[in-house]
Design a protein around this ligand. Structure first.
Ligand code: NDP
Ligand code: 2IT
Length: 449
């Protein structure tokens, strides 16, 4: 990790002291503070008003018990979280994650990232995140529904279309949003469409929201390539994960002329030199809710599954980590560079470790941070809120066009901000500085609250 600006060292020390053991949160804060040295020099008013200290402290943190009964009649207890991090630009907005690894440090890192990501979208949304250590793997439909109902029975009192608007994230997709929305509607006796995003199309959802994060990541890379006179055409691409973000990244890469040759899950990865068959992947993951190993068995064209191991061993021009945090460590970055990778763009949140990011950038690899590259999901959530507020429903084409425009706008903001602050071509600094300044200016305007 590089040295922070002297004005930022005590801020970071206080974050470590106040949030002990929350390693992912420390990592996310450090990564933003590293970018802020030129801002501290250029905008002393932020330091005088303690804006950075304030941004690092969530406005509100909610932790609650989630009791539910499994199919055997046993009472189970999970922990629920909602961290309402920053509402300077709009109501708290961000997903819910259901995964056994979830604890306060993960929710806070995600919520912190979300503040700046949401600012970059240019939409009026603040930052928040939530979830539970509930493990949906192997659970029946009934168990998932009862868990979601219990979770919402506490969470509902903190939500509202002008207050806090959750959506999905790892382990929370359309099915879970349905159960959560149903329970919210029942408890409040209000059809408040704008309280959750990622809803089904017939009951207030936006077309293209399901596709938006993966599509947006690929649109962002397309902008990076285009700015350098290149394109996806003929590129070999590796996408980690095989969930919501990964699946639609694969689809858009194929539409733009690239070939995705590998995808993964937590059990291993599949190499399919002919190009991933999207229909089969969707059937295995979205319909049967099975493992990628089954994809290799059903494909029958020489596609092979490698249990364990690292998907980053597969040579590629473009690498899109779309699974989870810290899934692309330094050794993997070294292998990618040795194999000639040109671009790494984060579809997931913080999938690349700080050491790996440094190594990629030293090697001249184009690197797009998640805050910018995966902002298409939450941007389209904001478009869903807009449709809900106006009781309207847009076409797929119109929504996708808005998404593409937003991603092009984020790319431009990263480039121009990096230029303005003397770090040309640095997408990490461009994204962090641009997102930060928008939030900081709003906080300054609103006084000490
Ligand atoms: P899903 O639950 O749909 O899919 C997650 C995928 O990642 C699964 O294939 C899962 O495999 C895999 N995975 C999880 N942990 C690991 C691991 N340790 N090693 C390898 N693979 C792993 O989640 P999403 O696709 O929605 O989210 C993926 C990432 O994208 C997350 O970081 C999320 O925060 C981020 N993101 C999501 C957005 C959205 O709109 N959904 C928006 C922006 C970012 P397995 O099934 O084996 O667990
Ligand atoms: O990390 C993310 O940006 C998301 N999981 C999407 C959040 C949202 O509110 O759509």
């Amino acid at each position: 990790m590089s040295q922070l600006h002297p004005a930022l060292q005590p801020v970071y020390a206080e974050v470590l002291h106040r949030n002990q053991g929350e390693l992912e949160f420390h990592q996310a804060v450090h990564e933003v503070l590293e970018s802020l040295s030129p801002v501290v020099e250029k905008r002393p008013e932020y330091v005088e008003a303690s804006i950075i200290e304030r941004i690092c402290e969530p406005e509100r943190q909610i932790i609650f018990r989630v009791p539910w009964v499994d199919d055997q009649g046993t009472v189970r207890i999970n922990r629920g979280f909602r961290v309402e991090f920053n509402s300077a630009l709009g109501p708290y907005k961000g997903g819910l994650r259901f995964h056994p690894s979830v604890y306060l440090g993960i929710v806070k890192f995600l919520g912190f990232e979300q503040i700046f990501k949401n600012a970059l979208t240019g939409m009026p949304i603040g930052g928040g995140k939530g979830g539970s250590d509930f493990d949906p793997k192997g659970r029946s439909e009934g168990e998932i529904m009862r868990f979601c109902q219990s979770f919402m029975t506490e969470l509902y009192r903190h939500l509202g279309e002008y207050t806090d608007v959750p959506a999905g994230d790892t382990g929370v997709g359309g099915r879970e949003i349905g159960y959560l929305f149903g329970q919210y509607k029942r408890i409040t006796n209000r059809y408040e469409s704008g309280v959750l995003t990622g809803k089904g199309i017939t009951w207030g959802g936006s077309r293209a929201r399901t596709e938006a994060t993966g599509y947006g990541t690929v649109f962002f890379v397309d902008e990076m390539l285009r700015a350098r006179g290149s394109s996806f055409d003929g590129k070999r691409v590796v996408v980690s994960g095989s969930g919501n973000v990964a699946i639609y990244a694969v689809q858009k890469v194929h539409q733009l002329g690239g070939t995705v040759v590998a995808v993964s899950d937590s059990g291993g990865y599949v190499v399919d030199e002919a190009g991933i068959d999207l229909d089969l992947l969707r059937e295995v993951k979205e319909v049967r809710r099975e493992r990628v190993s089954e994809y290799a068995e059903l494909r029958g064209n020489g596609a092979r599954h490698i249990a364990g191991g690292s998907i980053w061993d597969v040579p590629c021009d473009v690498a899109l980590p779309c699974a989870t945090q810290n899934e692309l460590p330094e050794e993997a970055a070294r292998t990618l560079v040795a194999n000639g990778v040109q671009v790494v763009a984060e579809g997931a949140n913080m999938p690349t470790t700080p050491g790996a990011v440094a190594l990629l950038r030293q090697a001249g690899v184009l690197f797009a941070p998640g805050k910018a590259a995966n902002a298409g999901g939450v941007a389209t959530s904001a478009l869903e809120m807009q449709q809900n507020a106006s009781r309207d429903r847009w076409t797929f084409e119109h929504t996708e066009e808005r998404l593409a425009d937003i991603m092009a706008g984020i790319h431009l903001q990263c480039v121009t901000t990096a230029d303005e602050y003397g770090v040309p071509g640095d997408y990490v600094a461009g994204a962090n500085i641009s997102g930060f300044c928008q939030v900081a200016d709003a906080m300054l305007a609103m006084g000490v609250i």
